[in-house]
Design a protein around this ligand. Structure first.
Ligand SMILES: CC(C)(COP(=O)(O)OP(=O)(O)OC[C@H]1O[C@@H](n2cnc3c(N)ncnc32)[C@H](O)[C@@H]1OP(=O)(O)O)[C@@H](O)C(=O)NCCC(=O)NCCS
Length: 200
């Protein structure tokens, strides 16, 4: 029987930046507001994320509060990170890892990228780094992704990373003034470790 290793006692304070082949993931700062606003105010970009197009003021307020959290202290915390293109230093998007449950060692990923940086594999590369943060760093057992069925580009990101499609919840949420069919994806730590080993 698998042992139940607790998630890091006392939370987890990761080291930043997290560096990948082409990107780095770092805490979000006040200086990111204008660039973040450019894609978070775009109705198409925010169509399937849980907020309406944001004003610059709203982006600044969120950065000053929840989006600048860098430490996982207690379940329920979400750590948002800016994603920078290493070559240019450009902010290309942002990602979030939620610590959903301490008992279940469960997490969830979210992400949004500026449309002009799509189609390069940046989202997949950044979310892959979040998986290492969640499994290796925080000690999670399972990481989920909840995706609107119409958001096929997002589903391809998690499928590329080895997530299993576990459920299709038909018209399960009243989201942005309409019923939404949700796809639930999951990835276990053991599956992720197996995947990582087979890619070496
Ligand atoms: C969801 C979202 C991040 C997906 O963006 P994306 O550009 O399709 O994803 P990636 O950055 O991982 O790029 C993958 C694509 O780049 C291509 N690509 C090109 N060069 C690549 C490379 N060097 N490495 C990997 N992929 C590469 C891949 O083939 C893939 O294309 P495909 O999906 O048509 O096969 C983006 O659409 C977005 O930000 N949407 C708005 C916010 C949102 O909906 N978030 C998710 C909420 S659940």
């Amino acid at each position: 029987m698998e042992s139940r290793t607790p998630v890091r006692s006392g939370g987890f304070d990761p080291e930043y930046p997290i560096v990948t082949t082409r990107l780095l993931l770092r805490p979000i700062t006040a200086g990111d507001a204008v660039t973040m606003h450019s894609y978070k105010s775009d109705p198409d970009a925010v169509r399937y994320v849980p907020y309406a197009p944001l004003t610059l003021d709203e982006v600044e307020q969120r950065i000053a509060t929840t989006w600048s959290r860098t430490v996982f202290t207690t379940e329920g915390d979400g750590v948002c990170l800016a994603v920078e293109e290493r070559e240019s230093g450009a902010l290309v998007g942002d990602v979030v890892l939620f610590w959903r449950s301490e008992t279940d060692r469960a997490g969830e990923v979210g992400y949004i990228f500026a449309p002009r940086f799509s189609g390069r594999g940046y989202a997949s590369e950044a979310v892959d780094a979040l998986l290492a943060l969640g499994f290796d760093g925080l000690g999670l057992h399972r990481i989920a992704a909840r995706i609107d069925e119409r958001n096929t580009a997002s589903a391809r990101v998690v499928e590329r990373l080895g997530f299993r499609r576990e459920a299709r919840l038909v018209e399960s949420e009243w989201f942005k003034e309409e019923w939404t069919t949700l796809l639930i994806y999951g990835l276990l730590e053991t599956e992720w470790r197996g995947r990582s080993a087979s890619m070496q």
